[in-house]
Design a protein around this ligand. Structure first.
Ligand SMILES: NC(=O)c1ccc[n+]([C@@H]2O[C@H](COP(=O)([O-])OP(=O)(O)OC[C@H]3O[C@@H](n4cnc5c(N)ncnc54)[C@H](O)[C@@H]3O)[C@@H](O)[C@H]2O)c1
Ligand SMILES: [Zn+2]
Ligand SMILES: [Zn+2]
Length: 359
């Protein structure tokens, strides 16, 4: 059976998204059909729409989602119809060289659904990050479904991307150590999750950096101990706030050459830079090799916060329910499927941390 449902589609580079009828197949082997209950609007969806990820238009957008499993393929055992799940975009294979070496968070062959979702005329859709959840239903690899206890889907879905990426950038990738000084450049959904993660890991100072004072105010609410408006000299201000040395860890949650350069320069000698913001393919950065050598330390990228969904999503739900991680504070507004284009503009104007489509 084919399910005819609504989905938010980016048809062409830079063009406004449109709400379309899409066709979603029943799950085959290794797949699960999920009734989407909520899906957050992440900056990565906008990157897709802008052609900043790849050119495989049309995209079925949305990838920060929670919902209920409707049906599963014949061989699927780890999830069943009725399970409340958060969707993840890195279902690890267990077979590749990274998995075999015991580093499954780097898995080089993550799984997505094999069958394609299409427009009504049969045009194949590219689901954002292999999910495509701005839709009433979506088809994913069963391993992309992580069961968590039933909680508000609008908040839980955010674990599926930005919140996990930011939290994990601090806790898993850096990893922030007890007593570290940390700066986070860019305080959107990802950056504030990194701030919360750094605090959870025991940072003694967490400095929020953003161009927008409203974002800096929110960062304080997430526990940032200091703020720096990025219109000034970010490197000098970060050094001044850390005894003249620079933070032990600087997390770039913007992903532009200038923010990466600030992160690279501002950290202490032998400090760590974590790039969790996603640059577009045209961005280039030149750094004298002697500075890379002379500064020492580490520069790391954080794919999905180096998370393991089966380990980390239930953990974050527990921390949230215990009042130790403010997951629901990332939800700025609840919108319908027809509100995604407007949500992109609110994101660009800095008015929201997360707009969440609720179905
Ligand atoms: N690595 C991953 O796995 C992963 C996962 C999700 C999102 N991302 C990426 O993380 C980035 C942030 O996503 P988001 O959803 O939080 O976006 P967002 O738009 O909500 O937040 C970005 C923030 O950066 C600020 N900013 C922009 N330019 C700046 C500058 N020059 N200096 C300081 N601050 C600046 C903005 O004011 C805004 O507050 C995006 O690039 C997104 O694609 C990466
Ligand atoms: Zn693997
Ligand atoms: Zn995302």
């Amino acid at each position: 059976m084919v399910h005819e449902v609504r989905g938010v589609v980016a048809r062409a580079k830079g063009a406004p998204v449109s709400l379309e009828t899409i066709l979603v197949p029943d799950p085959g082997p290794g797949e699960a059909l999920v009734q989407v209950q909520a899906c957050g609007v992440c900056h990565t969806d906008l990157h897709y729409r802008e052609g900043g990820i790849n050119d495989e238009f049309p995209f079925l957008l949305g990838h920060e989602a929670a919902g209920v499993v409707e049906s599963v393929g014949p061989d699927v055992t780890h999830v069943k119809p009725g399970d409340f799940v958060v969707l993840n975009w890195r279902a690890v294979c267990g077979q590749c060289r990274a998995c075999k070496r015991g580093r499954p968070w780097y898995c080089f062959d993550t799984h997505n659904a094999t069958q394609k979702m299409t427009l009504a005329d049969g045009t194949v859709l590219s689901p954002a990050l292999g999910i495509g959840a701005f839709a009433d239903k979506t088809l994913v690899a069963a391993g992309q479904c992580t069961v968590v206890s039933t909680v508000d889907p609008a908040a839980a879905g955010l674990l599926g991307c930005g919140v996990m990426a930011g939290f994990g950038a601090a806790v898993n990738t850096a990893p922030v150590q007890q007593g570290d000084t940390v700066a986070v450049i860019g305080c959107g959904g990802v950056g504030n999750a990194a701030i919360a993660g750094a605090l959870y890991a025991g940072a003694r100072q967490v400095i929020a950096v953003d161009l927008d004072d409203r974002k800096l105010g929110w960062a304080r609410e997430f526990g940032a101990t200091h703020t720096v408006n990025a219109t000034g000299d970010v490197v000098a201000e970060l050094r001044a706030l850390t005894g003249g040395f620079g933070p032990d860890v600087v997390i770039d949650a913007v992903g532009r050459p200038e923010t990466f350069r600030q992160a690279f320069d501002a950290r202490d000698l032998a400090g760590t830079v974590v790039l969790v913001g996603v640059p577009n393919p045209t961005m280039v950065l030149e750094i004298p090799l002697i500075e890379i050598f002379g500064h020492g330390g580490q520069t790391k990228s954080s794919w999905y916060g180096d998370c393991l969904p089966e380990r980390d999503f239930p953990l974050l739900v527990d921390l949230w329910q215990q009042g130790r991680f403010p997951l629901d504070r990332f939800v700025s507004e609840r919108i319908g499927l027809d509100g995604v284009e407007a949500a992109f503009h609110k994101m660009e104007r800095g008015e929201v941390l997360r707009s969440v489509v609720v179905l």
